[in-house]
Each structure stands twice: as C-alpha cells, then as structure tokens.
Design a protein. Structure first.
Length: 108
C-alpha cells in the first residue's frame, strides 16, 4: 500500500515536471499527460480509475471555463475555450492520483 502511494506521488511529480517544462507546447504536453495516464492505467489500473478521470476532466474543465470566462484568471497558451488543451487531462490525472493517495487514510 505504501508502495502504491509513493508510486502515485512520483507520477504526480513527473506530470508536474513535464507541465513546467513543456507548457508552451499544447500538443506535446497533451500527448505527454495522456501518455503518463495511459502508462499508469496499463500497469496499475484500479476499478473506477477511468470514471474518476472523466469526472475530473468534466469538473475541472467546468471550473476552468467559468474562471477564464469571468476573467478570474487567464492562460498564456490557451487553446480552446480559453484554457490549454492539456489542462483537462491534467485535471483527470490529478483526480485519480488524489483518490488513490487518499484512499488508505480514509479506511478503504
């Protein structure tokens, strides 16, 4: 269990590093984020991961769309609906990681 937590935290750090390094290239960063999620799912998939991923994409995008539409924040490399193309997938990946890392601490 501890191994899984550290693995998912490593995946989070990797995704963060990739985002910081490639934020100016929407297509490359989208491919990299989706690849990180795909590799994680291929090797360490758990029941419900894809549902959590899609939920994270939908909920995260909704917040991003509202925030950018109202002018609360902006993105330098916006691609569609005033957000970067990779951002919804990052929301999905981080949603899965949050659920998996927190699960042992809530008794599941």
């Amino acid at each position: 269990m501890k191994k899984a937590i550290f693995r998912d935290l490593f995946i989070f750090v990797l995704a963060l590093i990739v985002a910081v390094q490639f934020w100016e290239n929407n297509l490359l960063l989208t491919f990299l984020i989706l690849s990180i999620y795909g590799i994680r799912e291929y090797f360490w998939s758990e029941k419900g991961d894809n549902i959590v991923f899609v939920s994270g994409v939908i909920i995260g995008c909704s917040a991003e769309f509202i925030g950018t539409y109202l002018g609360v924040w902006t993105y330098a490399e916006a691609f569609f609906f005033n957000i970067p193309l990779w951002l919804p997938f990052a929301w999905g990946l981080v949603s899965v990681i949050i659920i998996r890392v927190s699960r042992p601490f809530v008794g599941e």
